[in-house]
Design a protein around this ligand. Structure first.
Ligand SMILES: NC(=O)c1ccc[n+]([C@@H]2O[C@H](COP(=O)([O-])OP(=O)(O)OC[C@H]3O[C@@H](n4cnc5c(N)ncnc54)[C@H](O)[C@@H]3O)[C@@H](O)[C@H]2O)c1
Length: 340
């Protein structure tokens, strides 16, 4: 059978691993596509999360490679003749970007450029490059501002979001300058299984279970929109298969919550006391509010989120409680302090 061969970057990380499990393994997709997973396995890439899936499915393969290595990337593209790229790989943690912005530019900007250049040099009929981006490229909103839409100007406030905006603009330039078929998705905060406990929800579950203090930035009133990872990934696949070339699609969860609300709900579900909450010095440049207008994706892709925050949070808590060994393994790699 002639399957389309797709390069899937960053699938040892949180969103990519869920994408591999929930999208790549669907029967109709497995019959029509093969996926070459590329990941350099940074601290955030956990190979055991996807090892069994790779072993059990012959339409999946793995290559350990760093997207910063332009020559190796060019060689891979020349050898493999891909039909498309789904680009999830990135440095994704805002706090780390404040400590080491160079790494974020190297991976998120230069790494994406390496993939774009190799794509443009090797693209064949029907080739598409989908770039997974973030609502953080739009900057921050006030309490009553309308939600971000695709036309909202980019106004980044952290080195992380600046590096993602840089990569978005390079993707756009490859569409306009070279005619490469590109699509960009911009999503809100994902949550769900396999998320590294440096981000708010898994960090709080992880620490609350151990009766440790829960560090909350500032007064905890910042607002995020939350999207369950499976909803997000359905949106990415819809954009990849149905989106229009050169377009951007926002993917939101229709679940705006204050951080402190999220933490208190988690404590209630875990039956732990609110006295565990510890307010800590606010993050530098901390965006106040993110909210996403995803009506374009509804209209053009027939996509909308389906999992309520209540249901998604319960599924997430259940997964972390049922998989303590996953947390123990990733805990060995790093210390978890703060969150996105
Ligand atoms: N998590 C969120 O809430 C969220 C929200 C909006 C957008 N995004 C975007 O979604 C994508 C995936 O995010 P995530 O939360 O799964 O991130 P993650 O940090 O959990 O995983 C990133 C993956 O990329 C790999 N990687 C990092 N640098 C690499 C390099 N130089 N070469 C090859 N592989 C490398 C890591 O090993 C890891 O497997 C990112 O592009 C991120 O910017 C995430």
């Amino acid at each position: 059978m002639n399957r389309k061969k797709i390069l899937l970057t960053g699938a040892a990380g949180f969103i990519g691993a869920n994408f591999l499990k929930r999208i790549c393994l669907k029967k109709d997709i497995a019959e029509n596509y093969s996926f070459v997973v590329l990941d350099s396995l940074t601290y955030a890439g956990h190979f055991p999360s996807i090892e069994k899936d790779l072993q059990e499915n012959d339409h999946l393969s793995f290559v350990k490679m760093d997207i910063r290595e332009s020559e190796k990337i060019s060689q891979l593209f020349a050898e493999e003749s891909f039909d498309g790229v789904l680009h999830f790989a990135a440095e994704s943690h805002v706090d780390n970007s404040i400590k080491d912005p160079n790494l974020f530019v190297a991976t998120n900007v230069m790494g994406t450029l390496n993939l774009l250049r190799a794509s443009q040099e090797n693209a064949k009929e029907g080739f598409r490059f989908l770039h997974v981006s973030t609502d953080e490229v739009y900057g921050t909103l006030g309490e009553n501002d309308p939600a971000f839409c695709e036309e909202t100007p980019l106004a980044t406030n952290s080195p992380y979001s600046a590096s993602k905006a840089g990569s978005d603009l390079l993707v756009r330039s490859y569409f306009h300058t070279f005619g490469l078929d590109t699509v960009i998705t911009r999503c809100s905060n994902n949550y769900g299984p396999f998320q590294f406990p440096e981000k708010l929800i898994p960090l709080m579950i992880f620490r609350a279970q151990k009766d440790q203090e829960l560090p909350v930035y500032g007064d905890g009133r910042n607002i995020r929109d939350w999207i369950y990872v499976e909803d997000h990934n359905e949106g990415v696949w819809a954009a990849f298969t149905k989106g229009k070339a050169g377009e951007v699609y926002n993917l939101g969860g229709a679940s705006e919550k204050r951080n402190i609300e999220v933490v208190k709900t988690l404590l209630e579900k875990l039956k732990k006391p609110e006295s565990l909450i510890a307010y800590v010095e606010d993050r530098k440049g901390h965006d106040w509010r993110y909210a996403i207008n995803f009506s374009k994706a509804e209209r053009e892709l027939g996509w909308a989120p389906t999992v309520t925050f209540e249901a998604g949070l319960q599924k997430t808590i259940d997964w972390y409680i049922e998989n303590p060994s996953w947390i123990e393994e990733v805990e060995k790699k790093t210390k978890f302090n703060h969150y996105k």
